[in-house]
Design a protein around this ligand. Structure first.
Ligand code: SF4
Length: 425
């Protein structure tokens, strides 16, 4: 078995842990942001506290939905989506009856669309296979519900059911790495495992839900990535990065380089020692991300006069798996890199011909411009064309589902942010 990490990277003093918990919770009680899911949970009588009642069935999705939406998305963006979602599907039963199309429509613009789909699948599973009873422990939540990983399971179990289990998300990683001067690659499985161990040691036994939210709140509002507000931090006395910054080296424990001289699995690599110009933001460290894949896609806004004279536009549905699964878009075609413009037009014209069953001249396509959209792992350039059609077109039903929509219908359909940018162009 690997040797345990040196004590300076751990929380091994129970008295210190107790003080840290108290300071963090007191700060949270004073300073926490008013967020709609917190208000909903508060009305349920302070769940997340051992001994308090768990969420009532009517409020079961309150924490779950917020945790799924908050993955990879900022709080400010989530609030509006969350309120609309909870208004439309306040219970698991209501969500289980929703169609995927409705879910995609509401989720449109929030990104990472498989989250909404899996949330709805999981609600169906709870209602149809688990007799409407949500699993209550982190282990069962993760095992039984699609789309619920280790973090979400821990968050739901601690906040909704008061289970004393820790959570590790991006904010927690940052705070813990700074508190304990962890400078090894924070995306490596070995370091992540250590951080989970640490989160489980730290979590307050009587207020686990509040403690976990407090740790995340600290990362979101005080211990922020670029310019942390250490002066206002309620746990600075426990923070080794802060001490090191203040005194030049951590006290009273030895210097970070004394920790194992290159062998310590949690110290910064010897090739990248402490950089005093960075201060506490020396931590955490990650290996550089792979550069995003570069893609070019031709897309065409086909317009016709609808039966009432108003313009209508053709949208088609993407496959049910993969990127932007099940969302609607203007007819689009991925392009090879470095294709000449004339060739791009020809390929797009052939693609449109397959949709419309009639020849389309590449020269008839009007070039509008290029729209860039960055997905997490793809740098996508849409080459946008438009084409006005005279007369009606019979769409081939053998192809993907397609429909003509007015401008208003386009905006309320399940279309991605990228397609809204194409529309704006
Ligand atoms: Fe983060 Fe600064 Fe607080 Fe340390 S003292 S936890 S670096 S905000």
């Amino acid at each position: 078995a690997p040797a345990p990490p040196p004590a300076r990277h751990l929380f091994s003093d129970p008295a210190e842990v107790e003080i840290l918990r108290g300071s963090l919770l007191a700060w949270y009680d004073r300073c926490k942001r008013d967020l709609p899911w917190r208000t909903l949970v508060a009305t349920a009588g302070g769940v997340g506290v051992v001994g308090a009642s768990a969420l009532t069935p009517a409020l079961l999705p309150a924490v779950w939905v917020s945790e799924i939406m908050l993955q990879q998305t900022q709080v400010a963006t989530v609030i509006n989506y969350y309120n609309r979602w909870m208004q439309k599907w306040p219970t698991l039963q209501a969500l289980a009856q929703a169609s995927l199309e409705e879910v995609n429509e509401l989720w449109a613009g929030l990104g990472y669309y498989s989250r909404g789909k899996r949330l709805q699948e999981a609600a169906r599973k709870v209602v149809s296979e688990l007799a409407g009873r949500m699993p209550r422990t982190a282990e069962d939540l993760q095992k039984l519900l699609p789309g619920v990983g280790r973090y979400t399971a821990g968050a739901i179990a601690s906040i909704s059911y008061g289970q004393a289990t820790g959570v590790v998300d991006g904010n927690v990683i940052r705070v813990l790495c700074r508190l304990r001067c962890i400078g090894a690659d924070s995306s490596s499985p070995a370091v992540i495992d250590r951080l989970w161990d640490m989160a489980n040691v730290l979590v307050d036994r009587s207020r686990p839900g509040d403690f976990n939210q407090a740790l995340m709140e600290l990362g979101a509002t005080v211990c922020v990535p670029k310019a942390p507000l250490c002066g206002e931090c309620p746990v600075k006395q426990h923070c080794q990065a802060w001490r090191r910054n203040l005194f030049g080296k951590p006290l009273p424990v030895p210097d970070v380089e004394d920790c194992g001289v290159g062998d310590c699995p949690l110290c910064p690599p010897a090739t990248e020692p402490w950089d005093s110009s960075l201060g506490v933001t020396n931590f955490p460290r990650k290996t550089a991300k792979k550069p995003p894949r570069v893609m070019r896609t031709a897309t065409c806004v086909l317009e016709r006069r609808g039966c009432h004279g108003a313009p209508e536009y053709l949208i088609v549905q993407r496959p049910s798996s993969g990127l932007l699964a099940g969302l609607w878009e203007f007819p689009s075609l991925p392009l090879a890199q470095d294709l000449q413009e004339e060739k791009e037009r020809e390929e797009l014209a052939d693609h449109l011909q397959a949709w419309m069953g009639q020849p389309v001249a590449g020269k008839g396509l009007q070039f509008i411009g290029e729209v860039i959209h960055i997905f997490s792992h793809i740098h996508q350039t849409y080459v946008v064309y438009s084409l006005h059609l005279d007369g009606d077109v019979t769409l081939d039903p053998a192809l993907s589902p397609s429909r003509w929509v007015t401008e208003d219908e386009f905006h309320t359909s399940a279309v991605s942010t990228a397609m809204k940018k194409v529309w704006a162009a």
